[in-house]
Design a protein around this ligand. Sequence first.
Ligand SMILES: NC(=O)c1ccc[n+]([C@@H]2O[C@H](COP(=O)([O-])OP(=O)(O)OC[C@H]3O[C@@H](n4cnc5c(N)ncnc54)[C@H](O)[C@@H]3O)[C@@H](O)[C@H]2O)c1
Length: 365
Amino acid sequence: MRIGTVTEIKKLERRVGLTPAVVATLVAHGHELFVQSGAGAGVGLSDGDYAAAGATILPDAAAVFEAAETIVKVKEPQAPEIALLKPHHVLFTYLHLAPDPEQTRGLMASGATCIAYETVTSNSGALPLLKPMSEVAGRMSVQVASHYLEKEQGGRGELLGGVPGVAPCKVAILGGGVSGINAAQMATGQRADVTIYDINNERLAELDMHFGSQIKTAYASKAAIAEAVKTSQVVIGAVLVPGAAAPKLVTRDMLKTMMRGSVLVDIAIDQGGCFETSHATTHDDPVYEVDGIIHYCVANMPGAVARTSAFALNNATLPFVLKLANLGAEAAMRADKHLANGLNVYKGKIAFKAVADDLDLPYEA
Ligand SMILES: NC(=O)c1ccc[n+]([C@@H]2O[C@H](COP(=O)([O-])OP(=O)(O)OC[C@H]3O[C@@H](n4cnc5c(N)ncnc54)[C@H](O)[C@@H]3O)[C@@H](O)[C@H]2O)c1
């Protein structure tokens, strides 16, 4: 199979769809790899690294699309990339089609087979190609909270873990899923006083077993959250209701009770945010204050640590890329229902029901 990757052209996207290690694995399986010159530059990977892994370096995206049948990327294709897609291409990348009719129509018109990372599933019903980014965001949330608690950053001037004789900060994590657990791991590592709130009692029991006495768990009732906001220096929003906007768990009124200089990190901002006062921010201007409380609401947190994120994403995509390469897209999807769940657009038709419903376009199984 001829497989290619290109330099991401979406604004501020520095990750890369294939790392040299993945290229080398695919080459070892007998595949031909084509990489656009500079594709890995954003994460410190040179053309020489790719050439050493066995890839052919090509000057531009047009040459890669010309040479390769399967294109592996990170972000949804932008207009100039959609223009290069032909019916024989297989595109494997994040697509997020539901809110994007223009891209959807472009992919339908291309005739290409488009498989979306975000709808590939696993045996446990989870979304394995979204999971690494939630891990990154969860771990990063504690790093940014510690930073913004510093006096010079406008914070309370408190050290997350305290010191001998001075109590640590209280960290409330709303939602004990992938990002919540990763936040808890980092916060306990810094010796903070951590409580995880969730409405799933089974999940609370699992967290209790997993962390033992390192954390406390609490049912996420309105009263429990109000108390958490009043007493915690850091509140991390990590909830998810699949397919729906995030519930507004922290109201404007609750915020008024919070200690000045405390920090809110709303990881769930990509689903609208779980604090009433949240609005999306970007890495070049990540925080703002409401009632003296610092809000960090970056919708693309993994972008700040593009190198870690690119390697984590490649670890997760590799088994699926290998299957696509070894069997061809159609046989690979017949053999693996989880990969088949990733199929969003096929031969001009929408093959993912939720996308068709959201965009009011015809669906074909
Ligand atoms: N900002 C970013 O850069 C970034 C990066 C990655 C993921 N995310 C987002 O982070 C959010 C969390 O993702 P995840 O992978 O951890 O999800 P997840 O499904 O693993 O966990 C979500 C948890 O929230 C809990 N929950 C749902 N409703 C709740 C409520 N009302 N109160 C308390 N808990 C509740 C669920 O029971 C579940 O345990 C998602 O919106 C995801 O898109 C954002």
